[in-house]
Design a protein. Structure first.
Lengths: 147, 119
């Protein structure tokens, strides 16, 4: 007898800010079903929201003719989330925000999304599209790790 | 889709007898919240509002753009010699604010009474 497929949920969002909350609530529902603790669900919600905001703003450049794909796949002991857009992918790597530089006007107050994603989940990988489009970020949050 | 940010100003007195201005926020704090956060802050008199509390008790969702607005408020307050502390953040957003270093420039407290006592 073949093994059952891991549960998989897919959502498509319009490229409009605010709709990241649909992905947040979907991710929270799936995470609760697989037994993720409440504090880690909050971590996941913020990471998924920031990944979707990046996809909407930077990947799809707020073009509402394009959508953002969110795929949630329950693996044994973990939840994997993939957020896809039609952009080229992030050129920069996450860096820890320097609050002193921000307070002194030497660093943009914005630009914390990738740092938050990387800090709040167990794995985060930004993958550029092979043909200059269709890039994605893959997040993994595990059940057996404390926040 | 993003819930509108409501904000208002209250005036209190600290246990030490100093006037305290409270900015109370409600709803989401995101990129669309600039007027509710920065606009409300800029409407205060810099001479009268020397001690400022930020009330996040009724805030459900803050994203990185919303955190950037809070940092922008802290920059302006620092430049004006105002002291800012915050209260009412959930455990999760207390962790997020701590991660990005905001606690270096604004103390975070669980309740309004604790925040007032710290001024």
């Amino acid at each position: 007898m073949s093994q059952p497929k891991p549960p998989r949920v897919e959502v498509r969002l319009p490229s409009r800010l605010g709709f990241e909350k649909v992905a947040m609530s979907t991710a929270a529902s799936v995470a609760k079903l697989i037994g993720l603790p409440d504090d880690r669900i909050e971590d996941l919600k913020t990471a998924v929201a920031e990944a979707c905001i990046n996809a909407i703003e930077h990947g799809n450049r707020l073009n509402e003719n394009l959508s953002v794909g969110v795929i949630l796949c329950a693996q044994p002991g973990a939840l994997e989330v993939t957020v896809l857009d039609d952009g080229k992918g992030m050129k920069t790597q996450p860096h820890k925000p320097d609050i002193d530089r921000k307070m002194h006007g030497e660093e943009d107050p914005r630009g914390m999304g990738m740092f938050l994603i990387q800090s709040l989940v167990d794995e985060a990988e930004w993958v550029p599209g092979v043909d200059g489009a269709s890039s994605y970020v893959r997040l993994v949050i595990r059940l057996d790790k404390e926040a | 889709m993003q819930s509108e940010t409501k904000s208002r100003v209250d005036q209190l007195t600290s246990p030490a007898g100093h006037p305290v201005t409270v900015l109370r926020f409600e709803g989401d704090i995101a990129s669309t919240s600039k007027e509710a956060v920065i606009g409300l802050y800029q409407s205060l008199s810099k001479d009268d509002a020397k001690l400022i509390l930020l009330d996040f008790t009724k805030v459900d969702y803050i994203n990185s753009s919303g955190i950037a607005l809070v940092i922008q408020l802290l920059i302006e307050a620092s430049n004006s010699g105002q002291k800012v502390v915050a209260f009412g953040l959930s455990a999760h957003f207390t962790k997020v604010f701590t991660m990005v270093g905001i606690t270096k420039y604004a103390g975070l407290y669980a309740t309004q009474d604790q925040a007032l006592a710290a001024l």
